[in-house]
Design a protein around this ligand. Sequence first.
Ligand code: DX5
Ligand code: ZN
Length: 215
Amino acid sequence: MPIVSPSLLSADFGHLAQDIEMLNHSEADWYHLDVMDGVFVPNISFGFPVMQAMAKHARKPLDVHLMIERPEKFVEQVKALGAHVMNVHYEACPHLHRVVQQIKNAGMLAGVTLNPHTPVSVLEDIIDDLDLVMLMSVNPGFGGQKFIEHCLEKTARLRELIDRRHAKALIEIDGGVNVTTGAQLVKAGADVLVAGSAVFSAKDPAAEIHALKQL
Ligand code: DX5
Ligand code: ZN
């Protein structure tokens, strides 16, 4: 049974409290919050004031995905939200090992995210330090994009790396996840599924979350 982390990027921003209340009553495990800076990715989403408002309503762990340059500047602010997971991009961190230690020292799970073109092999020398690896199965910046099929094989390779090293990192997948791609991902070794549009454009979002939990 995967951990399901619905992405609030696809929620109704005019009624965030309502959507979070729906998630509170659903089988969702974590809430995925997508922060964009318009530099690392070609879009801007929301920042700390909005996330603080969301955190006030949320009754489950926050899974924060920073699609920003220099994410290490915000470790304390993410911690202050009460976040459970802080995900930073490999491509945004020249001193990734230091950032990972900062996140862990702040008491959060350290997640490292790879863009679709970044090979799993770049994690060889840091995998033992990670709590979570997130693979992007779309190019980050927008919800509602098509799942990049190559991510299935990549998930299997990451599973193999983690198992071979007896590492503990969870595998999270973000982008284009629905019941169909989710089933394939779980089979390939994914532990955590992020789903934005699949959940929030469903007629019955809670039922969609239930279906993802059954995979
Ligand atoms: C994309 C974000 C995703 C996004 C996923 O840059 O990181 O978390 O919300 O949306 P869907 O599930 O619609 O692809
Ligand atoms: Zn995300």
